[in-house]
Design a binder for this molecule. Structure first.
Ligand SMILES: [Mg+2]
Length: 231
């Protein structure tokens, strides 16, 4: 059960909480492939091989551990490595990444997301907390948020308590006054519980809860999340 009386701010996960992420990533990867096939066909051919693509990404992850929380940089460096290995111009990594990133931010929000953001932001300061590289301003939802904290800019990601503390700080409240909402049991719910926040787990796909610590509430939609609060 939530204690509504202590909630002074809401922190919100983005990917798979406000929109499904995989359709956007798949579209973005296709857009990148199309762009490469026109501007760097040898690199496009290399990327068309799933094993080679996987190996290139792993190579970047292993050799550049400092990029662990920076998905954009990992993506950009993987493109650069593919260009280099296929003897195409590595400088194309920047425009190629931009093609990917534009499409990655062209997400389709869950149908109740705008109403939920409207409702929640009229009652509480909202802070976005994401391990991904979504840009709330490009997506067109920046106006609902007091702040947005990404692992990429902050340097560590969920479930590290530091990013939750930073999110509470951005709303100028204590973690105990925050409700964190997200779809990921470990990153969102356990991370926020560990930091003393109240939590709502968004479980759209009927997953089983498999941890001893439990969320304060579980909902299946953002509308249900709003229904937890008096109108
Ligand atoms: Mg998520």
């Amino acid at each position: 059960m939530l204690d509504l009386t202590t909630i002074k701010a809401i922190t919100l996960d983005l990917d798979d909480t406000l929109w499904p992420i995989w359709p956007a990533i798949e579209r973005a990867e296709r857009a990148l492939e199309n762009w490469l096939s026109r501007h760097a066909p040898m690199a496009a051919a290399l990327f068309a091989n799933p094993a080679a693509r996987h190996e290139i990404r792993e190579h970047v992850v292993l050799t550049r551990p400092e990029l662990k929380y920076n998905l954009s940089a990992i993506r950009r460096e993987a493109i650069r490595l593919a260009l280099y290995r296929s003897q195409e111009d590595p400088l194309l990594a920047e425009p190629a990444f931009d093609v990917f990133f534009d499409e990655r931010n062209r997400v389709t929000l869950f149908e109740d997301a705008f109403l939920a953001l409207e409702f929640l932001s009229s009652r509480f300061p909202l802070v976005a907390v994401s391990n991904g590289n979504a840009d709330i301003h490009r997506i067109g939802i920046g106006r609902y948020f007091r702040a947005s904290i990404s692992a990429q800019q902050f340097g560590v990601g969920k479930p590290d308590p530091r990013i939750f503390h930073a999110a509470a700080g951005a709303a100028e409240v204590q973690p105990s006054q925050v409700l964190h909402v997200g779809d990921d049991a470990t990153l969102d719910v356990l991370g926020a519980l560990n930091c003393g926040m109240q939590t709502v787990w968004i479980n759209r796909s009927d997953h089983l809860w498999a941890h001893p610590a439990v969320p304060h509430e579980t909902v299946t939609t953002l509308t249900e999340l709003c229904d937890l609060f008096p109108r």
